[in-house]
Design a protein around this ligand. Sequence first.
Ligand code: ATP
Length: 332
Amino acid sequence: MAQIKLQNVEDYYEIGEVLGSGHFGQVRAVLERASKVHWAGKFLKLRRSASSRLGLERKSVEREVEILQSLQHANVMALRDVFESRAEVVLIVELISGGELFDFIAEKESLSEEEAIEFLKQILMGVGFMHTKNIAHFDLKPENIMLADKTMPHPHIKIIDFGLAHCLKQGEEYRSLSGTPQYIAPEVINYEPLSEAADIWSIGVITYILLSGLSPFQGDNDEETLKNIVGMIYEFEENYFTQTSTMAKDFIEKLLVKDPIERMTADECLVHPWIKPLTRKQADNRSRSSINMKSFKKFNAKRKWKRQCESDQEDTETKPASLIRRRLSSSS
Ligand code: ATP
């Protein structure tokens, strides 16, 4: 377990602007007083009493800390320090200044599959690394895929938010109903034992959206979305996939597989010919095919708008926003 410091975080770090906020607190820019190095501070509110519905259980924060500590990888947000006071825990983490991958892509005029794959590869490497440590993220979605520095010619992916992540132990079953409807695997909804394969499903959904600007299982409401996922009701709508290669669709089809055992693993994904072409023809196909930028931009604008509405709503509510959205849901 991390050495949690009981001193006041402000003795060591100057607290700056808000960078983002989640269901349990804010992420702010912080400046280390001694070194003058910039970091980010994730301020997590602790639950005051067992009966309270606000804030996080200390156990849950400890789990996030322990997981982050065991994940040192170029594509995973690094943890530097942890502070605890009576009401909150502050995680000092690397500052990720490039914003979300989806926002970066949405600003572009066009993007070939080949270019999109460079990002996807990094996501797969970060996730593959977690999986070698038996850790599953369980909340992979566009909001949790950021860029270290978007001004670099080849921006670096950073996976964030390990609030739902879990270290899976051999011989122990883990079930959880938490996650974000659009991105969760059927076994989550069915409350079945979970494995790392649930992350692979989410990567399948993310890839589908990235290429088409459509969300494969999206219904008119959460209930309908969950029904579509369990019923495997999705298709490659012709109008949206005109610029997509057959290999890309094949890749997605091997991720959006109902039986988690039959899904490709992260390592298998990395050697799928769409990601790692074996022939000249396969490589050419990827550079000729492109993402549906018009539709993608629309999807991204809608996503940002929805998130803004949700956060405005949560500001005025005291209760957790959604049944199957965050780590409040039952887990065992
Ligand atoms: P949620 O409830 O949405 O899961 P959370 O409380 O677990 O959120 P995070 O998702 O970790 O919090 O962070 C919230 C937001 O803060 C992110 O969407 C992102 O915009 C920003 N953020 C998180 N970590 C960093 C970082 N290391 N550097 C810069 N910004 C960050």
